[in-house]
Design a protein around this ligand. Structure first.
Ligand SMILES: Cc1ncc(COP(=O)(O)O)c(C=O)c1O
Length: 362
């Protein structure tokens, strides 16, 4: 059975040390005392599943992941609720995306049961690290890579699947809108490539554009499609939404999943949540020219990005070779912040879970 995990409790930090970390977690600075580990080989399939002490891994310099990049990951969060339970958000969507990423990179696909059991057992043993309140949560990072040793270019015959976790606070300051640089020099993903997969190489290839955005005084990069360099796809590590119109008339538009965007769990949830809140929400295409003219004539009143790490992040300024254009008054918009609160309230147990999206871990 895939979920037969051997639990090997290890001595970790003291309760006082953990309380200090949890009170002021930062983002991804400190990891919990344990990690979940599973091995896969063509001979044995999944085997040696364990929860063990968080510790450095030892590997051979010829480990295949280092050379040919078979490496994928996920990102999800656990929230401590006022009733004392610890819950996560739509974990099967992460499990399914992990399977699709694995398939695209010719890696073995962990079952939903294995994925969820590894996450759940890790959170259970390290539950003291789950912060409570506001924007705080335990960030959970499942990841898998080719651990076989060799230099042949082919799918590896051995893999390691691990889950680690880190208590986190807010990723961005939600009260501040981010500025974004529209990259026309670099692209993130092309049709037939790996844009839909959450694989390490996509992020490596994005860093140069992110550095360029910083040089231009921007916080993040916006990606256009690879063929026409015209259609807006997504932002850095987040999906994008545009608020068309304002007040009661406002509608939401998010770029369609064309195969080159990462299908975000938050994106999917906001499409449903927007409609539930009476804000008609559409998937479609929007070009950079249309965005510029709609910002100029006020047809688009707000822009925001969404993802697990930052939840919802308002966009206040868009820059590119064309110059720069402010979004609304440059500050977080009303609909953006309404959606942010609705999603966070749901995730932290302050609002009813009408779609049965929350999953109790502890
Ligand atoms: C490239 C990219 N787009 C979008 C997202 C948002 O996805 P999710 O809402 O599942 O976190 C992420 C983060 O995982 C990402 O890395």
């Amino acid at each position: 059975m895939s979920s037969q995990i051997t639990i090997k409790p290890a001595a970790g930090r003291s309760a006082v040390e953990i309380a200090e970390i949890v009170a002021n977690p930062g983002f991804g600075r400190v990891f919990t005392d344990h990690m979940a580990v599973a091995k896969w080989s063509t001979e044995k399939g999944w085997h040696d599943l364990s929860i063990e002490k968080y510790a450095p891994l030892q590997f051979d310099p010829a480990m295949l992941a280092l050379h040919y990049g078979q490496s994928i990951f996920e990102g999800m969060k656990a929230y401590r609720w006022n009733d004392g339970t610890i819950n996560t958000f739509r974990p099967l969507m992460n499990a399914n995306r992990f399977q699709r990423s694995a398939k695209r990179l010719a890696m073995p696909e962990p079952s939903q049961d294995l994925f969820l059991s590894m996450v759940q057992e890790l959170v259970k043993i390290d539950q003291a690290y789950v912060p409570s309140g506001g924007d705080k949560s335990l960030y959970i990072r499942p990841f898998m890579f080719a651990s076989e040793v060799g230099l042949g270019v082919r799918p590896a015959t051995e893999y390691l699947f691990l889950v680690i976790a880190s208590p986190v606070g807010a990723y961005f300051d939600p009260a501040k809108a981010v500025s974004v640089w529209v990259s026309t020099e670099f692209v993130r993903a092309a049709p037939g490539g790996t844009g839909e997969a959450k694989c390490a190489g996509n992020y490596a290839a994005s860093l140069i554009a992110q550095a360029q955005a910083k040089e231009q005084g921007c916080d993040q990069v916006i990606w256009l499609d690879a063929i026409e360099r015209k259609w807006i796809e997504e932002m850095g590590g987040m999906n994008l939404f545009f608020v068309m119109g304002s007040g009661d008339e406002a509608q939401l538009l998010t770029p369609s999943l064309t195969g080159t965007l990462l299908p975000g769990v938050t994106r999917d949830s906001l499409i449903k949540l927007g409609n539930d809140l009476g804000i008609e929400t559409h998937e479609g295409k929007i070009s950079i020219d249309e965005l510029r003219s709609s910002l100029a004539n006020g047809k688009i009143s707000e822009v925001f990005a969404c993802g697990t790490a930052a939840v919802i992040s308002p966009v206040g300024m868009i820059k590119g070779e064309f110059g720069e254009i402010q979004v609304g008054n440059g500050l977080p918009g009303e609909i953006t912040m309404r959606l942010r609160k609705a999603l966070l309230d749901l995730q932290t147990g302050l609002a009813p879970d009408e779609n049965s999206w929350m999953y109790r871990l502890v």
